[in-house]
Design a protein around this ligand. Sequence first.
Ligand code: WTA
Length: 647
Amino acid sequence: MSDIIPVPASIASAAYIDKAKYEEMYAASVENPDAFWAQEGRRIDWIKPFKTVRNVDYTYGSVSIKWFEDGTLNASANCLDRHLAERGDQTAILFEPDDPNAEAQHITYRQVYERVCKFANVLKALGVGKGDRVVIYLPMIPEAAYAMLACARIGAIHSVVFAGFSPDSLANRINDCEAKLVITADGAPRGGRVTNLKANADTALKHCAASVKCLVVKRTGQDIAWSADRDSWLDEMEAGVPAECPPTEMNAEDPLFVLYTSGSTGKPKGVVHTTGGYLVFAAMTHQITFDYKPGEVYWCTADVGWVTGHTYIVYGPLANGAISLMFEGVPTYPDAGRFWSVVAKHKVNTFYTAPTAIRALMGKGEEIVKKHDRSSLRILGTVGEPINPEAWRWYYEVVGDKRCPVVDTWWQTETGGHLITNLPGATPMKPGSATTPFFGVQPAVLDPGTGEELSGKAEGVLVIKDSWPGQMRTVWGDHQRFMDTYFQQYPGTYFTGDGCRRDEDGYYWITGRVDDVLNVSGHRMGTAEIESALVAHEAVSEAAVVGYPHDLKGQGIYCYVTLMADREPTEALRTELQNWVRSEIGPIAKPDLIQFAPGLPKTRSGKIMRRILRKIAEDDFGALGDTSTLAEPQVVDDLIENRQNRK
Ligand code: WTA
């Protein structure tokens, strides 16, 4: 039995959605989705209103997902222009810089509108047009949001690449989507240090077509290398373009952005989101999950390089005319009280972060939380990985003083917005459970072996039985991969890649990925990507990567490495390999543990038995199961003997 924590009465009475309303609306949303979404679709402004609500085929081989397909709109106009009359002078983006002594910026809707129009005209001047791809490689500065909205304004498709990714990862993404332009900054201050972003972009661009241009935002003013026929400064170009830029009329199903995310095989895939359905879903979930009320200060601590930053810093909040706080720094700089000092300074009402941050701050004790005033907080949220009940309790009790509901939002890059989450005024909470589905979302638990749908209390794999407007539409340039990844294994449903349990109250508990995707500090990492980085090193002949439980990160990265015959396993080489992966992919991919293994456990047909590798990495080798099918059973003894994670 798990604890149930009731919705605070003061929240329930003022919320948009209480328990009765949730039940009534949820029933309507699944019984008559056309009528339900026809109404919800009107929460945004259309240039030409849609007549058709949904047109969905989940059949493997002919998967096609369309929402509001005959409507036209512009996402940037929905986030900016339509607010000007009513709240042009209200803050849209509240920018808190890395340096706590630098002044915060309150940027109004009108100011964002003006900057976005200019930015859009700069893009046009650089030859970017409707349907062209633009890669955005920027720190957490307002220009990142301007760049996204400027693309949306002229119908260009943005692909934001997290500024923590390496030049190699950046180049791969530029090349995969055949971007015309990369937008970067001279440098990115974070936690008191500076990342040389422009230098990274320069390195990446050496591996890209010569025609790719580079637009540079001045953030630090540091010295950078310059390529006169390729690079331009944003501020210089903005000075020479008109102030007005009419929004381009886009079809609901025109792509809004591509965002790369790790899968279980091969290179990261470009998740494609389109304009109409995504925006409706972003706006709706932002308003309802956070019970967002006009004038509230809302803070999502994610980076715009991840989907959470797209939907819940930029598109959702701005479509709703919210005040969206954007934070350039890290939770532990200048000290572990930074989050709470920002909450106090800006009187933050909604705070949305990741379990990994909560766990790290929990380790610093209560004192540093309590010395900051958190009385403005009303709603807390978490996303990215299952939250352990201890961390949940600390968040609820210490950060929120038991006053603020914690929404545990389960979703994915692919889903565009929240799919399973409690609603602050409607759903009693259970620490560690994402609780119940959002409107229109029909989760099911399947037996992983047979694919049979399980009813009642059950454990298995999580699928979604029908579409919702924010669903991804395809993998950029590879619709087959889209169908293979999500619609093949369990026909007729969307396969999430997550395992889950449903309890006696119908609450969902996500148990983590069931595929070869790791969740490291809330960031998705494909084991295949790390393996290919490792084997690209001249000393490595073979590599296998698995996850293991890690107190702070959720999962740590455990690598089994077989060296070339002439190489010796040394500590120096271990460090070299860790740094190698770090520089190949980015700091988030740095292996935690590397075990040199003379051989890997393989079946006679040569398939690596990851089940065994996972068990050894978990230091749980008492239950290795059947090893009789191994080609060389003795390798297992060596692996156990030299395991790196000893409890
Ligand atoms: C995991 C992030 C449990 C899950 C929005 C999912 C979660 C993956 C939760 C997607 C949560 C995300 N509880 N697990 N509240 N939120 N996950 O694409 O495994 O970066 O499949 O999207 O994170 O990660 P992604």
